[in-house]
Write a protein that binds this ligand. Structure first.
Ligand code: ATP
Ligand code: PRP
Length: 220
């Protein structure tokens, strides 16, 4: 038998929505996967040819881009931030909907950006942030954070943040307002391009199973 396929899924908030899709595509992780106390990171599934690894959202893209995992599920925010040429993202899974936005303290959002040459921004997304501001003729100096970006303005780290927004509750609770939307975000199925060519007989039916699972969900 060829080596099993390794499927990378994020342990954060996409996971709950991803599991029903995985099941519709015919993949069910072993019981230990659901045991919160388990320290295992790799799990068997009902399919002997597929195992699952559970890693941080940004690391899903890295594992798949390097071919350590052949297939995965990750937000389009992560796909775009890394922009790995080795990643093929054939399917929008229609889960994990949110947006990547700029936010500032309420009441200070009327500063004229046209008068500035450079902005300081706290973010987990320095590449997308720089790209967004460059397109507006501004240089962005990014302070990289891995979470809790919303604290940065009140503590004087940066006036602006670029972060994910869904309900807006986190911004509101921290006295911030959304000033621009950089991009809408949803979760994608990602495949390593080289693996997709070399192991097409294994990967193509799996990709098509996800396409069908999303179509069934959309029709419901
Ligand atoms: N508020 C949200 N609503 C919907 N989807 C979101 C929201 N926040 C994040 N996501 C999606 O879920 C993915 C993982 O986000 P999550 O916040 O679970 O990860 P994290 O905890 O920041 O990552 P890590 O595991 O590295 O700590 C994001 O990349 C994005 O695509
Ligand atoms: O607009 P809202 O509905 O409030 O959602 C936005 C929040 O969700 C995400 O964080 P998450 O809760 O996943 O935690 P994190 O800080 O660990 O990324 C994001 O980073 C925001 O902080």
């Amino acid at each position: 038998m060829t080596r099993p396929l390794t499927f990378a899924i994020p342990k954060g908030r996409i996971l709950d929505e991803a599991l029903p899709l995985l099941a519709k595509a015919g993949i069910e992780p072993e019981a230990e996967f659901h045991d919160k106390k388990s320290r295992a990171l790799r799990f068997a599934t009902n399919r002997p040819d597929v195992s699952i690894i559970r890693v941080r959202a940004f690391d899903v893209a890295t594992f798949v881009a390097h071919g350590a995992a052949q297939i995965g599920i990750v937000g389009s925010d992560v796909v775009e931030e890394f922009n790995y040429s080795e990643l093929y993202a054939p399917i929008d899974l229609d889960i994990g909907h949110c947006r990547l936005s700029v936010a500032e303290p309420a009441g200070s959002a009327d500063e004229d950006e046209a008068a500035l040459s450079h902005v300081r921004v706290a973010t987990k997304y320095p590449h997308l942030t720089r790209r967004y501001y460059e397109a507006r003729g501004l240089q962005a100096e990014c302070v990289k954070l891995n979470g809790a970006m919303e604290l940065a303005p009140s503590l004087g780290l940066s006036r602006r943040i670029v972060d994910l927004v869904s309900s807006g509750a986190t911004l509101k609770a921290n006295g911030l307002v959304e000033t621009s939307v950089i991009m809408p975000v949803s979760a994608r199925l990602i495949v390593n391009r080289a693996a997709y060519k070399m192991r097409s007989a294994d990967l193509t039916p799996l990709v098509e199973a996800f396409r069908a699972a999303v179509e069934v969900k959309d029709a419901a």
